[in-house]
Design a protein around this ligand. Structure first.
Ligand code: URP
Ligand code: ZN
Ligand code: ZN
Length: 473
């Protein structure tokens, strides 16, 4: 039974912080001890297989990124990170678990798509992984298949109010799927944008010769997100289905979530770092076709409309509960370039899986959130939301030994030739200089990253069979 003692650090949880040593035994946390603790009259440090000095550093539960798309077929191409490259990059950034989306396309069986995702991920991952199920074709077969998802450890599914002709569900389909969710205990995840209205606006803009990436953001106006968020909340209310709205970027959508939560509805929201640090003007509006790097949906919003302030506030007030990346990377050459001359053909997605913990730590540095809230948003609540808490998301006896040792006095320069392990030919975060540094990353007791070196291996990551949501009101 290998044992490791992490000594001298400050352990941060969602509810507090304090000096403590952490003992990992056989991949699990065995004890959280007063510094220098002795057991059976012995100095513990002399009786373990290895010790890690965390003096002056934070000891936090491994990050959980609950929204990734590894090798997802989308936009006429496929997301460029495989499970191997994407989970290795996640490890570099202090993320020890991801929840990816198995994709059921039109005409496919849900069980086949889930089996396909298991095939893609098995034996490839550096960190642990779970799956949500995308239901891209709500019909009698897929509704019946939803009955079996909880037993598969897939306790959540995603529907799209966007992307007509691809993954889009109409209101009747959403109603039926939510009825099924209420019956089965599955958590409904929603991409909340009014796809048909957006497509009409896309057509108008292109007809006017407005083909640059900037117009992706114009077409996907905040009204489209607010309206769809409201509609999803009402359908969830009607069917008594818990609802988790993904990649929230508009402050008006936040207001819809807050209003529903204020009356006690089980409604939750997720945002992503790009919506906190990037804008329509500065990134999507970059000269020429450059803005394609930041085409994602929901889109980056105008910096003149105060969305970022609204989202930071919601992160403090718990009107938004989680921060994921929506990691969906595409290379510029040959992938983003598919949309030269027509922004609607640019594959939607940004790669960030490697940077989430650092980027959210900047909220601590600037005083937007506390250290505890940083841990809660990036690890503890994702674990509870998606039925992994106890095993993941906490440093406590019995939990998996998933731990990040974070140096608050370190510094991270983000960029393609600096800290980049994602399979992309550019970094959406090029030039970002951030305080703090992921020093050591441990997954189930195994050191994956230490001192700037990758010590993990593909196949270490195991499938996480998730339980039902543990966050319901
Ligand atoms: O732009 C995005 N978000 N791409 C990934 C697919 C999705 O809608 O989450
Ligand atoms: Zn989406
Ligand atoms: Zn996504």
């Amino acid at each position: 039974m290998p044992t490791t003692l992490i000594q001298g650090g400050t352990v941060i949880s969602a509810t507090g912080k304090g000096a403590a040593d952490v003992l990992i035994e056989d991949g699990k946390i065995a004890a959280v001890l007063a510094p220098g603790a002795k057991t059976l009259g012995e100095n513990l440090a002399e009786n373990v297989d290895s010790t890690i000095d965390a003096t002056g550093k934070y000891v936090i539960p491994g990050g959980i990124d609950a929204h990734t798309h590894m090798q997802m077929p989308f936009g006429g191409t496929e997301a460029s990170d495989t499970f191997e490259t994407g989970t290795r990059a996640a490890a570099w950034g202090g993320t020890t678990s991801i929840v990816d989306f198995a994709v059921q396309k039109y005409g496919e069986q849900v069980v086949d798509s889930l089996a396909d995702w298991h095939d893609k991920a098995a034996g490839q991952c550096a960190v642990d992984y779970g799956f949500h199920q995308i239901i891209g074709d709500v019909n009698a077969d897929s509704l019946a298949a939803m009955d079996g998802l909880m037993d598969e450890g897939v306790s959540s599914f995603k529907l799209f109010m966007a992307y007509p002709g691809v993954f889009y569900s109409d209101d009747a389909q959403i109603y039926k799927a939510m009825r099924k969710a209420a019956d089965t205990g599955l958590l409904s995840m929603m991409h909340a944008e009014n796809g048909p209205a957006i497509d009409a606006m896309v057509g108008e803009l292109l007809a006017q010769g407005k083909t640059d990436p900037y117009y992706h953001g114009v077409a996907r106006a905040w009204q489209m997100e607010e309206e769809a968020t409201h509609r999803a909340i009402m359908l969830a209310n009607l069917t008594n289905a818990p609802l988790y709205v993904v990649h929230v970027s508009a402050k008006q959508a936040v207001e819809q979530l807050a209003a529903a939560r204020d009356v006690g509805q089980n409604v939750f929201g997720e945002t992503c770092p790009q919506y906190l640090y990037m804008s329509l003007e500065d990134q999507l509006g970059a000269p020429g076709f450059e803005g394609a790097k930041w085409v994602c949906s929901t889109p980056l919003r105008s910096k003149h409309e105060h969305h970022q302030e609204g989202i930071w506030q919601a992160l403090r007030t718990n009107d938004i509960q989680t921060v994921a990346t929506d990691h969906c990377p595409f290379c510029f050459k040959g992938q983003k370039e598919l949309g030269i001359g027509d922004f609607s053909k640019i594959p939607n997605g940004i790669g960030s899986v490697e940077h989430r913990m650092d980027l959210m730590y900047q909220g601590v540095v600037t005083g937007e959130i506390t250290l505890e809230r940083w841990v809660e948003l990036t690890s503890t609540t994702p674990a509870r939301m998606f039925g992994m808490y106890g095993k993941k998301g906490v440093i406590a006896p019995g939990a998996d030994g998933d731990i990040v040792i974070y140096d608050p006095n370190g510094h991270t320069s983000i960029g393609l030739n600096k800290t980049h392990h994602m399979n992309m030919d550019h970094s959406a975060w090029e030039g970002f200089e951030v305080d703090g540094h992921v020093d050591t990353v441990i997954s189930r007791g195994k050191v994956l990253i230490d001192n700037g070196e990758y010590l993990g291996k593909k196949g270490h990551g195991e499938f996480i069979k998730r339980q039902a949501c543990q966050y319901l009101v």
